[in-house]
Design a protein around this ligand. Structure first.
Ligand SMILES: NC(=O)c1ccc[n+]([C@@H]2O[C@H](COP(=O)([O-])OP(=O)(O)OC[C@H]3O[C@@H](n4cnc5c(N)ncnc54)[C@H](OP(=O)(O)O)[C@@H]3O)[C@@H](O)[C@H]2O)c1
Length: 337
């Protein structure tokens, strides 16, 4: 079978198309013929060794998010049969409930091989059924970014009718967050560095738009847009460069969903601003397979489609990474396998 591997840690230029032996499923395992994969921001970090000793250094098959068809099952597999359409779960052994270190260490495309290959064996717990309304490309767009947004908005965020959600930028997580916040009946304030992208999020239902380059005090502006009450949940993908504005925007008792660090990982904070206002800093680590099942069911029922920016063929995987790094994308960057 063909696979893309990371030969060393020299960035996307280190990706190589290679031949690997076809795997066979053992007890409790499922062999999947992968048809599609998608990229997340973390995948670009992994090509440069961004996870240090916590990632496989060379020979890694990258990417966590995939979809395809069951080719064969090993002894004892109950939930899948050949021909079933399946989507990968980001954490292979986190089925439901609270995480623990072992579950959080069992993700795809970092310490363990990922999905950028034609055939891969998965634990039965590491797959969910793909709903009929999603193509393989659309399903492959969901395991990391969509589930992270779902966890922040629904599972941990409990967002409901009339709540206000603030999204930062228009990356994969943020666009799904806009879709799920609207699904829950919330009002969305969206930011972006691009007026053109803001026009597109307005079409997706964002009520208020802020260009964060033109308005560096966007947190204050978001607060004013709520009439001074503050937003209920900030989907914080920016990190060091955005957290202070997010604290300005959130209401007393509101939640800042700590998702990403696009603008840096370390910052100093005036802690009383958080404690004295009952603000909840809620870390979000993607989510469990049970959340993925619930989210895909909701997407199927409400006919919610991921925003797909571009689909690259497997042989052009490097160009897909470079496209993400260019920041020109709007929506998910996918690979057809
Ligand atoms: N904790 C988790 O479970 C989890 C899961 C998924 C992702 N993440 C993290 O979340 C972050 C986003 O991931 P992603 O896959 O959605 O990334 P992505 O698709 O690559 O997002 C890129 C977009 O983010 C926006 N952006 C960049 N810098 C920004 C800034 N300083 N302020 C506001 N927006 C900014 C830009 O939007 P505009 O072009 O519109 O300005 C850019 O196009 C990453 O740090 C990633 O590692 C965490």
């Amino acid at each position: 079978m063909k696979a893309i591997v990371l030969q060393d840690l020299g960035g996307p230029a280190s990706l190589r198309l290679v031949d690997r032996p076809d795997p066979a499923p053992g007890p409790g395992q499922v062999l999947v013929r992968l048809r599609a994969a998608s990229l997340n921001y973390r995948d670009t970090l992994i090509t440069k060794g961004g996870y240090g000793s916590r990632q496989k250094m060379a020979g890694l098959i990258p990417l966590s998010d995939g979809a395809g068809e069951v080719a064969a099952v090993g002894p004892g597999v109950r939930n899948f049969k050949p021909g079933d359409r399946v989507t990968t779960s980001f954490f292979q052994s986190w089925i439901a409930g609270e995480p623990d270190e072992a579950k959080l260490d069992d993700d795809l495309g970092r310490a363990h091989d990922g999905v950028l290959c034609e055939l891969r064996v998965f634990k039965e717990t590491g797959l969910v059924h793909t709903p009929a309304s999603l193509t393989d490309i659309e399903a492959a767009a969901t395991p990391c970014a969509a589930l992270t947004a779902w966890t922040a908005i629904v599972t941990l965020g409990h967002i409901g009718l009339g709540d206000v959600v603030l999204t930062l930028g228009t990356g994969g997580v943020s666009l799904f967050a806009i879709q799920f916040a609207r699904l829950c009946g919330a009002e969305v304030i969206a930011t972006s560095s691009s007026d053109e992208k803001l026009a597109r999020v307005r079409e997706m239902g964002a009520a208020h738009l802020i260009n964060y380059l033109d308005d560096p005090e966007w947190g204050k502006t978001a607060l004013a847009l709520t009439g001074g009450r503050g937003v209920d949940n900030v989907i914080e993908v920016g990190g060091a460069g955005t957290l202070k504005q997010s604290i300005r925007a959130v209401r007393p008792g509101g939640t800042i969903s700590l998702v990403g660090v696009l603008s840096g990982a370390r910052t100093d904070l005036l802690i009383p601003l958080i404690g004295s206002r009952n603000i909840r800093l809620q870390g979000v680590a993607v989510g469990a397979a049970g959340g993925l099942v619930a989210m895909l069911r909701a997407m199927d029922f409400h006919r919610i489609k991921p925003v797909i920016d571009r689909v690259f063929p497997m042989a052009e995987a490097r160009a897909a990474y470079e496209h993400i790094l260019s920041g020109r994308h709007f929506g998910k960057v996918c690979i057809e396998i």
